[in-house]
Design a binder for this molecule. Sequence first.
Ligand code: AMP
Ligand code: TRP
Length: 334
Amino acid sequence: MGSRRVFSGIQPTADSFHLGNYLGAVRQWVDLQETRDAIYCVVDLHAITVPYDPAALRRRTRVAAAQLIAAGLDPERCILFVQSQAPEHAELNWVLGCITGFGEANRMTQFKDKSARGGADQASVGLFTYPVLQAADILLYQADEVPVGEDQRQHLELSRTLAQRFNHRFGETFTVPAPYILPTVAKITDLQDPASKMSKSSSSPQGIIDLLDEPDAIRRKINRAVTDAESVVRADEVAKPGVTNLLRIYSALSGQKIEEISAAYGDSGYGKFKKDLGELVVGTFAPIRERTAKILGDPAALDAVLLDGGRRAREIAGGTMAVVRDRCGLPPAA
Ligand code: AMP
Ligand code: TRP
């Protein structure tokens, strides 16, 4: 009882998170652990919905958890765990899948995008039901709020629909979760293609800044970010999408308002602005990179932290599943 519960997850599908993940999600996770009952999860079961290499997955799961701790998640103040270590996620996924319409799942735009990329016939059934597993993640913990980027809005809408449908059919069981999306950082765009979101699967290496990038690589990428022929540092979504994206990043990292930043740089060109922004990003990411390396230096200690998180998560998830089984007419687990 008491404080509101937040839940969120992130996939271990790359060797580093990127600036979009950091500003759109991870930073909110760190903030929210102070005021909420927070549960965060490295969603490895979601990562296996596309072809993958087991050794890379094992490595990336640890790297993901290490980056989250390095970015400020404190396992004493939140629950941090790996999804597959709590088998209740797969179990509730099945139950929810049985109240999800085929057409409803088929309308999910992220499935359409991802399956189109590899050729629709190659897409797995797991990729198709990915949003149902995401709903299971959230509903197992009776989360009130889910901090994510804008690209997850449709999936959260499905989570809400499934919670309401289950409650209606089988009796009040699940909290209906609300999205927690900060408009200023909900969609960080590709540095080379400001019309598209920064994304590990579609951005070029020059368009994406990784949390674990070397400082010089970060400076170089920001220096080469696409802007426009004007030399005025001001926000204009339509005419100046590149500069507007950089201003958002600057504002999020410095705490200054966009108007203050554009007033300070005015029409002096983009050189100084980009240089300062590079230092802001490096100043934030370099310490996280160092802490990540240190945490990864002791994998046994990291695994122990995650195992402990998994046990705490299962206490909650197991309680929800016992109720779900009863409501659905299934006997208690053996
Ligand atoms: P993913 O890497 O797909 O597991 O995404 C992890 C989190 O980062 C989710 O909450 C996404 O909504 C968020 N996210 C991913 N890309 C961006 C972006 N370019 N801007 C803002 N948030 C993002
Ligand atoms: N689908 C989310 C993403 O790609 C990751 C995710 C899985 C998630 N389960 C979740 C996010 C539960 C929030 C809550 O970013």
